[in-house]
Design a protein around this ligand. Structure first.
Ligand code: NAP
Length: 543
């Protein structure tokens, strides 16, 4: 293929790249990025490992998978007609409905023709001489592009612990993060679930109802708040739709980008009885807003203990066997690990076919050909479900061999932990962007508005460059250092360092311990991004 010579910034001339932009991933981030760039007339191509759109909701098909932010908010707002015409059926949409939504968006905006499915990016390298990205795939294809955008997701690189003996296991293994597309039935089976995070909390009640016997291996007990999921009535949907612009505006002003009731009161300044009433009300309403009860819950351990104890009491009330109840009652800081939202999780442990095995003191020794071995005892299982989470925030990007200037490997640059400017860009990696990358609010906020904000910012930046005849943008090292120090300083002021969470990378052996998301809240972050843009992309070098 021959490429016409084109003018690029500073009067340089290069052969034209295959695309202006290559986007990696066709989840909610990749889809909207493609749509925005297409509307602006950029030649963009998405490369997607799966054979369909939807990202998280394409891969996480395990029983019970659903969003933990209310569907009416866990949805795009960039297109008013889409927002008005799509009807969510439940308070928290289940995975099939979320996947239908992603497919609807892909069709509605005619996005599929620019997506290459069943293709995994294995390498992305910046060619300094030609000033473009060279992207290599597992199909031995080579694409070139001026810009490369990682829309690879925060929780998309499954963590599969390498238990001794796993390869000789004779049953069937599943991972919640890459569940088979065909129907899985556990009827009549002995099933083992390893892990008790959000994925396990959602899937365990459903697996327990199918399986002959279910054994759950728990290393750390988790807090879960009832979802009180329910069908949405026409009247409710109509009221939301009438209020949508105002609702979205309110959401933009909250720390998490979710419109719910945050209180400014302090737990420790509230009389105990009143506090319990407040927790009870929030428990009855259900969902993540439980932690919005008091402003000091995530900064003051004594305040946090009041909420934690409230939940522990609830668990003890739900679980009949006091020994099991005590094992299920978490001892760590509530909200330090991601809070779970449940539908009948704790009640599941009252079933006669369910057993809880504590592996907090005695870890799983091995997987045997017949099951799981702990403390010298083998627990037979026909199937093992690994609900063991993800190499979060950095995993999906680093599984690609990303190379910047002088062939510098991103894996090397991030050896001590991810370093970014605004979670969007990395010094030494020109024209590379990450959507919801480490150092941005991402997983601490409602992912959809957070994605839209990043996509809009990146699209505006590319438009800015094009309007000025430029084609080069790179985070400067001082700006990156300053941002990294700011992210770390804010993280240090909360209780989020008090447990071994995936936010900190503790769940992955050998991963550096760094609090990865930006904890300063959505409004503050957006203000900073807007200021950077208004000041001509302050902290970036353009050319
Ligand atoms: P996770 O929260 O990281 O949970 C993984 C579980 O596996 C933990 O209980 C962990 O124990 C356990 N585990 C890992 N390695 C183990 C080992 N070697 N031995 C024994 N246990 C082991 O993963 P996840 O449940 O997939 O959730 C990840 C995130 O995805 C969530 O926090 C949430 O942000 C998102 N998510 C959201 C929803 C939703 O409700 N919409 C559903 C699923 C996931 P330790 O805690 O001791 O490490």
């Amino acid at each position: 293929m021959t490429h016409p010579q084109v003018e690029v910034g500073r009067g340089r001339t290069h052969s034209r790249a295959d695309f202006d932009v290559v986007i990696v991933g066709a989840g909610f981030a990749g889809l909207y990025m493609l749509h925005r760039l297409g509307r602006m007339g950029f030649r963009a191509r998405v490369v997607e490992a799966g054979n369909g759109v939807g990202g998280t909701w394409y891969w996480n098909r395990y029983p019970g998978a659903r969003c933990d932010v209310e569907s009416v908010q866990y949805s795009y707002q960039f297109d008013a007609a889409l927002q008005q015409q799509w009807d969510w059926s439940e308070r928290y949409a289940a995975q099939p409905e979320l996947l239908r939504y992603a497919n609807h968006v892909a069709d509605r905006f005619d996005l599929r023709r620019d997506i290459e499915f069943d293709t995994r990016v294995v390498c992305a390298a910046f060619d300094e001489a030609a000033e473009r990205w060279v992207i290599e795939t597992d199909r031995h294809a080579r694409l070139t592009a001026t810009y490369c955008i990682m829309a690879t997701g925060c929780l998309s690189a499954p963590n599969q612990p390498q238990f001794r003996g796993l390869e000789a296991y004779q049953g069937t293994c599943y991972h919640t993060g890459c569940w088979p597309h065909e129907e899985v039935s556990f009827a009549g089976k002995r099933v083992a679930v390893i892990g008790t995070g959000s994925s396990a909390v959602q899937s365990i009640p459903i697996i327990a109802a199918q399986a002959n016997q279910l054994i759950i291996f728990q290393r750390t007990a988790n807090y879960a708040i009832p979802a009180h999921n329910m069908p949405l009535s026409d009247a409710y949907r109509a009221a939301i739709k009438a209020d949508y612009p105002a609702l979205r505006a309110r959401a933009r002003q909250t720390m998490t980008g979710i419109d719910f009731d945050y209180s400014d009161a302090l737990a420790l300044e509230t009389p105990a009885e009143e506090r319990t009433r407040e927790y009870e009300q929030r428990w009855q309403r259900g969902g993540l807003a439980f932690l919005g009860a008091y402003k000091d819950l995530m900064v003051d351990q004594a305040a946090n203990d009041t909420a934690a104890e409230f939940v522990r009491v609830k668990i003890r009330q739900k679980v009949r066997d006091p020994v099991v109840a005590e094992l299920l009652a978490p001892k760590n800081t509530i909200g330090c690990k991601r809070l779970c939202i449940d539908i009948g999780y704790f009640e599941t442990f009252n079933r006669p076919n369910v057993r809880l095995i504590d592996v907090s003191e005695r870890p799983i020794e091995s997987i045997t050909p017949r099951g799981v071995k702990v403390g010298g005892r083998e627990y037979a299982a026909d199937a093992i479900v690994f609900a063991t989470g993800f190499d979060a925030m950095t995993g999906a990007i680093l599984r690609i061999d990303v190379r910047g200037r002088s062939g510098m490997a991103l894996r090397e640059c991030w050896r001590e932990g991810p370093r970014t400017y605004l979670g969007l860009a990395v010094a030494g990696f020109p024209n590379l962007f990450a959507i919801t990358g480490p150092g941005s609010p991402s997983v601490l906020t409602n992912m959809l508005p957070t994605i839209e904000q990043h996509v809009d910012w990146i699209a505006d930046a590319l438009g800015y460059l094009r309007a000025r005849g430029l084609s080069y943008i790179e985070a400067s090292a001082p700006a990156e250092d300053e941002w990294g120090a700011h992210v770390a300083e804010l993280a240090g002021s909360t209780l989020r360092y008090t447990c071994g969470s995936w936010y900190l990378g503790v769940n992955i052996p050998g991963k550096p311990r760094t609090f990865m998301p930006y904890i300063g809240g959505f409004p503050r972050y957006v203000t900073k991004c807007n200021e950077v843009a208004t000041r001509g992309y302050e902290g970036f070098v353009l050319g």
